[in-house]
Design a protein around this ligand. Structure first.
Ligand code: PHE
Length: 340
């Protein structure tokens, strides 16, 4: 094997090893370029005997021709590979896009809106009131005089000597009745504040939905019917309600209202929602106390009414089967998205 054949073999190996057109061009320059190996051999022809020069020149030219063929073939292969690579890297328009984070309605707001919508369907108006209230609206007008033990758990966040953050939405009963003559049919949702220690069932800031119906001939049956309907609207058609005797200074008689546990329907003793009780407590209710009616200038001999105050977070806990009320204020997008 002569020098040219060896050179050709080295060249072919280098060409096959070139992975792209830039590498191939480097190989070409090294062998066939101006200062490449072929030119070096050409320059050495001058040193040969004149008779040998033509055949040496022809041998070189033949080698160059073969080298260029090999180069051209490799170029075609690399160009095809390049097209394939570009096709693979091409943007896939069917690939799922990066979604912008969009918000959703908070579960507590949703339950408030749905509860209000239920009452609106039955002719009730939705009213909103201040979160800072005089003690008069929070207590005195609601038949809770100063020194009454019922004040103790409620008079939490004072702004000054007479103003405090409302611990319940019941002040809206008074405000509405002072402004309007009966019949009255309202619901009043909103924030409330109490100095409760925070745990899985309590927050110091929460929401209530107050309801009030006052007219001639209103009785406890109306209250039961409306609240059973509310629970069915929120939780499903088989929902039942239970009234347990209780005490509130502004209603007589008074009751605590429970609904059948929406998770287990009272069927299991190991339910994580109701602890096996089969019932979930929603809040208080009762017939408006005559003293409250008198306070706003109504005649309890002529009109009567019912009122209730439910915790909106409690309604939402039961509805979405959430284990801890604090999740509602954690602002964890993963949690909120599940309920969206
Ligand atoms: N205001 C009461 C509470 O916060 C609930 C209630 C409202 C009870 C209306 C009776 C009637 O505990």
């Amino acid at each position: 094997m002569n020098d040219l054949e060896r050179l050709q073999m080295r060249f072919e190996a280098a060409v096959q090893a070139a992975r792209d057109e830039t590498a191939l061009e480097e190989v070409r320059a090294a062998f066939l370029g101006r200062s490449g190996e072929i030119n070096a051999i050409r320059r050495s022809i001058g040193r040969l005997a004149p008779a040998d020069r033509p055949s040496a020149g022809k041998a070189i030219n033949d080698t160059v021709e073969r080298m260029e063929t090999v180069l051209g073939e490799r170029q075609t292969v690399l160009a095809a590979l390049d097209v394939q690579r570009k096709l693979e890297e091409r943007i896939d328009v069917t690939f799922p896009a990066t979604q912008p984070q969009v918000g959703s309605i908070h579960p507590v707001r949703r339950v408030i809106e749905d509860a209000c919508a239920y009452f609106e369907r039955h002719g009730f108006a939705v009213v909103l009131g201040p979160e800072v209230e005089p003690a008069y609206y929070n207590f005195d007008a609601l038949n809770i005089p100063e020194g009454h033990p019922a004040r103790e758990a409620l008079d939490s966040f004072w702004i000054d000597d007479t103003l405090l953050l409302r611990p319940h939405t019941s002040p809206m009963q008074i405000r509405t009745m002072q402004l309007h003559k009966p019949p009255i049919a309202i619901v009043a949702p909103g924030k409330c504040y109490r100095r409760d220690a925070v745990d899985a069932r309590h927050l110091f800031q929460f929401h209530q939905i107050e309801g009030l119906l006052v007219a001639e001939g209103i009785h406890f049956g109306h209250l039961k019917g409306m609240l059973a309907g509310l629970c069915r609207a929120l939780y499903g058609p088989y929902q039942r309600v239970r009234f347990r005797p209780s005490f509130f200074p502004f209603t007589e008689p008074s009751a605590e209202v429970d609904t059948t546990c929406p998770k287990c329907q009272g069927k299991t003793t190991a339910c994580s929602m109701c602890g096996g009780a089969g019932w979930i407590e929603l809040g208080g209710a009762g017939m408006v106390h005559p003293n409250v009616l008198r306070e706003v200038g109504y005649d309890p001999e002529i009109v009567s009414g019912w009122a209730f105050g439910f915790g909106a977070e409690r309604l939402a806990l039961a509805r979405y089967e959430v284990d801890d009320i604090r999740r509602f204020i954690d602002s964890d997008p993963d949690f909120l998205e599940q309920l969206a």
